[in-house]
Design a protein around this ligand. Structure first.
Ligand code: PEP
Ligand code: MN
Length: 338
């Protein structure tokens, strides 16, 4: 259950409500939503009569929420969450197009990519400086030097930067350089990290774990929301199924309309990791836009065959430019733009 207090509720009234529910064995989580105090009930307490609570001084409304996740649900917030970064309002009619290499490799590689994707219509630059690689022998990223290059590319192009943070202790460092903190699929349930990015109040791109259900994704987002950070983009990036001969993952296009029904948070699609095959990234991008995604994150590289990570799924800069024209057509067909 969630209790929405009146905007003019006094601290005494709020304390009274908290004391009443805690006396029945519930834990409470308080957050402020547009100046209004919201009290969420957590744990396993004795049943509470919502009518009785609704009569208490200062209480505006009580909401019975059946899902395990609360703050991320449409019941809690029926209207879409939107937030502006740079020139783009995420969750608006305009799609967010996040493009760039899997890894930041060099100044030349990053700047060439950044200028090209900007020219083609991208609104964010992506690039990994800290890379979560399946093998400890693979390229692990340039670290802080990579972050500095991302900041330089932002300076040169005006594109805000999306980059991954892998551990809670690196959140302060990555936050200096990044406009959006990416949580990778392998870290979707790293709860210490989710708490740290929640506390940072930076916008977050939260990727779905490769064996995570839609509910698992929502629960991960709930960790971040619980700290009062609601600038979250959920990212469908493909899940593990049984076919790994032809495709890297199975891009779950169905998750897009389903998430839109159950949550107010914007949804970004990652066709690159979704299918993992360069020649089909375009088809999956268009499918994701048609299904209602609020944006795309696409890997592009000046010379994908030489890329230090994920070259097989990275578009050439020319391919990205061509794809952007197709994305525009599909976006306009469904009343969106990019
Ligand atoms: C990436 O974006 O390069 C990445 C490692 O993604 P994921 O966490 O989805 O595998
Ligand atoms: Mn990658």
């Amino acid at each position: 259950m969630i209790i929405l207090m009146h905007p003019e509720a006094t601290p005494v009234e709020i304390d009274n409500v908290i004391a009443t529910v805690e006396a029945r064995g519930w834990q409470t989580h308080c957050s402020s939503k547009s100046g209004q105090m919201v009290i969420g009930l957590q744990g396993e307490g004795q049943p509470i009569d919502p009518f009785h609570l609704g009569q208490m001084p200062g209480v505006l409304e009580t909401m019975d929420i059946s899902q395990k996740y609360k703050l991320g649900s449409r019941d809690f917030r029926p209207e879409d969450t939107t937030f502006t970064i740079g020139d783009v309002t995420i969750g608006s009619k305009q799609l967010a197009i996040i493009a760039g290499p899997c890894s930041v490799e060099s100044r030349e590689q990053l700047l060439e990519t950044a200028h090209a994707v900007k020219e083609a219509g991208a609104t964010f630059l992506r690039g990994g400086a800290f890379k979560p690689r399946s093998s400890p022998y693979s390229f692990q990223g340039l670290g802080e030097a990579g972050l500095k290059l991302l900041a330089e590319a932002r300076e040169a192009t005006g594109l805000p930067v999306v980059t991954e943070v892998m551990s809670p202790d690196r959140v302060p460092l990555v936050s200096i350089y990044a406009d959006v903190l990416q949580i990778g699929a392998r870290n979707m349930q790293n709860f210490d990290l989710l708490n740290a990015v929640g506390r940072s109040h930076k916008p977050v791109l939260l990727k779905r774990g490769m064996s995570a259900t839609v509910e698992d994704l929502m629960m991960a987002a709930e960790y971040i929301l619980a700290h009062g950070n609601s600038r979250i983009m959920l990212c469908e990036r493909g899940i593990r199924t049984f076919d790994q001969k032809y495709t890297r993952n199975t891009f779950d296009v169905m998750a897009i309309p389903m998430l839109q029904e159950i949550t107010h948070l914007p949804i970004i699609a990652d066709p690159s990791h979704g299918i993992g095959v360069r020649r089909h990234v375009g088809a999956i991008s268009l499918a994701a836009v048609a299904a209602g995604a609020d944006g795309l994150i696409i890997e592009a590289h000046p010379n994908p065959d030489r890329a230090l990570s994920d070259g097989d799924q990275s578009l050439t800069l020319e391919q990205f430019q061509t794809l952007m024209k197709q994305i525009k057509i599909v976006a306009e067909t469904i009343g969106r733009s990019c």
